[in-house]
Design a protein around this ligand. Sequence first.
Ligand code: SF4
Length: 367
Amino acid sequence: MQTPTISIHDEWKIIKLLEENGFKKFRYAQIENAIYKNLITDFSSIETLPKEIRTLLTENCYYTSLSVHSAITSDDGQTTKFLLKTHDNKLIEAVIMRHLSGRNTLCVSCQAGCPMGCSFCATWKLWLLRNLEFHEIIDEVMIAIHHLAKEDKKLRNIVYMGMGEPFLNYANVKKSIEIACAQKKVDLSNRRITISTCGIAPVIEQFGEDFPQTSLAVSLHAPNDEVRKSIMPVDHTYPLDVLMKSIKNYIAKTNKRVFYEYIMIAWVTDRLEYAWQLAKLLEWQLAHVNFIPYNTWEWVDSNGYKPTSKIIIKKFQEVLEKSWIPSTIRHTMGDDIDAACGQLALKHEGESLATEKGNTIAKSKNE
Ligand code: SF4
């Protein structure tokens, strides 16, 4: 039997396959219903289809190209982290977060590794291995949907905050959002999707045009170029004035509040004067700041960074309050399972590299 080459999420190719084999296009709606609504994974069990189409699908299409390398749930049961393997053996991560309010959020990866080099992040230490295809991103989503269905739960939100920079793989990210929001497919509201960028300014405006309802989160992490450049190389290409100009245009198009992520690293991003600078930078717009306590990864070099104390984070919040800028402190979920972006994949890549080449990452971990 030939090896299947078409992802079941590739609508255009499947319709072409149906038509080339003399079947009517409307059959695709039955396939769609089986895959996304009835959660059928075995094409031979789609009873609404004639046997010939089931055979055609089995011979030519695959349900997912990802395999679950591991799935670990945190002690409190709120977080499940999947380490997934692509067909070419790249490791990527996806994380389900079950919030106490009952909503379930999936954090997806859009690249294997990342080229952006943010100094506080584990993912870039893998470098960019490759972009994920749109159907691989949807595979992540479907793995989560099936996992939650076993608990009688539904997926409600998707955040593109896993491995990779979404705006460096925008064509695939865009297509995956379209599938996630299509009524006949995953059927999530556009408002329940959030894209997080480290600040690829030109794509921010394009994103506003393509998805005016979808939320934008910007990894800001510093209120001035000097500090930002020292922790985020992207600031050399798109400094804050360029970034803020594209955000201004984005807001003019969408009239949406922008979410800003600000990592609290002791002695690096948490000087009180930075709180005032942050307030000044954002005071003109509808903004929400999410403070992220720095997550240490002891087993690998993390530049000696330490998390900021809660008292200082509260002081930052008080300063923002004075400028009417709402803020929250991110509740860190899944610390016991290395749930922060890139940690698990790096750990496993580090181990396999160490086995192959005596790589020092895993070696220092074991010392
Ligand atoms: S924080 Fe995001 S953009 Fe920066 S290196 Fe990590 S994954 Fe890439």
